[in-house]
Write a protein that binds this ligand. Structure first.
Ligand code: NZQ
Ligand code: ZN
Length: 387
């Protein structure tokens, strides 16, 4: 653990089949008015909406609603939520949904009382938030992003064709998150796989950098093994509680910053995906799946030892009888096979990308990287290989 760190995660997690019982006592900590934020209708279909409304009513809350949050939440919807918060003097924003809904809630939280244009100030210039922050609580319905236990808020500005993420400090994290794995049973299989791969990608983004002897890398390998194991079970039986609960907790751990402590990190797959998403509006995890294998093949030669370790410790490949290059390639091939097993795309063409978009995506992608500092030319090559 060579890099110094301060670790603080203030989100209180209520996990399991009885988790929703904690909503009422949590609500008691906040004032009268709640902004209920949710997506395009899944919570109405599966009955969760009615249960939440009942609890809110019994708790004596005045409820204002913001419905229809899109996957890849938009800046426009976020501003609409900010307006509702100001007009109704909202005391708590309650997000019920997946990462898009929770990200949007956090965006509303920092933007409602922002002096000036929140997009420019907070998502482009990364200014410190100097205004009142409205508390956010979450009821998670889809596992993947880790938004339930972090300060991330990824928003799409449709007008500017930019999907930008910002990690806000601890005062923007959800104050509490309710995680009942049973709520994820109704997630369509493609979305379940997309969420699983998103978590996997978070873990790999943190893993593929640095060659020091770091406890965090061992932790990541363990979480990846558990995730892959449970994913295979959930693919066969989506209502296997143990598998779905493991997946849900892997997702929270995968991006609550504990699996990034004292580590250099990569995140270039995410940077590329965000711009693929801005152009195609694809599901986030599906975009990551299509980019990951070409990206890792591209950078593998710059961090071969770690890719060998990935092959051995995550995929149980007997690497001793192989050259380093063969072992590294075998690990990436296993990753490819897993993506196919999840039923996710292996090319961005399948997600609606067209050839003329590739340079536009490459030029608008934030450049970074772990083992290799990526330029827009490098990114274009990865996009072509992903196409
Ligand atoms: O909108 P509804 O009707 O709720 O349907 C959603 C949506 O269509 C559906 N769904 C969710 N729970 C369901 C369900 N359907 C049936 N039953 C349920 N229980 O699933 C679809 C996808 O939901 P969404 O919230 O968009 O997915 P996800 O959780 O993958 O969130 C994606 C967003 O999070 C951002 C992504 O970029 C993307 O914008 N990310 C946020 C991060 C963070 N805050 O730290 C990090 C990630 O890397 C990611 O960038
Ligand atoms: Zn992600």
């Amino acid at each position: 653990m060579k890099i110094d760190f301060t670790y603080y995660n203030p989100t209180k997690i209520h996990f399991g089949k009885t988790a929703l019982e904690h909503l009422s006592p949590e609500l008691a900590n906040y004032g009268e008015t709640v902004l209920l934020v949710y997506g395009k209708g899944s919570i109405k279909k599966n009955g969760l909406y009615e249960r939440i409304i009942k609890i809110l009513n019994e708790s004596g809350k005045k409820v204002v609603e913001l419905a229809g949050i899109k996957s890849n939440p938009t800046y426009e919807q976020m501003l609409e939520g900010a307006r509702l918060v100001r007009e109704n003097s909202v005391d708590l924003i309650l997000a019920v949904g997946g990462g898009s809904v929770i990200d949007c809630a956090k965006g509303i939280s920092v933007s409602a009382y922002c002096k000036g244009d929140p997009w420019e100030r907070y998502w482009i210039n990364f200014e410190e938030v100097d205004n009142k922050i409205v508390p956010v609580g979450a009821v998670l319905t889809m596992a993947g992003t880790g938004s339930e236990m972090n300060g991330g808020s990824v928003i799409t500005n449709e007008e500017k064709k930019l999907k930008n993420g910002r990690v806000y400090p601890a005062n923007v994290y959800p104050k509490f998150s309710i995680l009942n794995p049973e709520y994820t049973y109704t997630v369509p299989k493609y979305q379940m796989s997309s969420g699983i791969f998103d978590t996997m990608s978070h873990l790999m983004e943190q893993y593929f950098s640095g060659d020091d002897d770091n406890t965090t890398d061992y932790l990541i390998e363990g979480v990846l093994r558990s995730l892959i194991h449970s994913a295979c079970i959930a693919l066969e039986n989506p209502e296997d509680y143990e598998a779905r609960s493991n997946i849900m907790w892997c997702a929270a751990i995968g991006l609550n910053t504990i699996t990034g402590l004292s580590k250099e990190q990569d995140w270039e797959v995410h940077m590329i995906e965000h711009q693929v998403g801005a152009y195609t509006d694809c599901a986030h995890g599906a975009g990551l799946a299509a980019i990951s294998v070409p990206y890792y093949k591209y950078i593998c030669g710059c961090g071969t030892n770690k890719f060998v370790r990935f092959a051995k410790n995550v995929w149980n490949i007997p690497v001793d009888s192989m050259t380093k290059e063969e072992a590294a390639a075998a690990g990436i091939e296993k990753l490819h096979q897993f993506i196919v097993k999840l039923g996710l795309p292996t090319s961005i063409r399948e997600l609606g990308a067209t050839e003329d978009m590739l340079p536009l995506i490459a030029n608008s992608t934030i450049q970074g990287g772990g083992y290799k500092q990526m330029t827009s030319e490098d990114i274009l090559k990865v996009l072509k290989a992903s196409y």
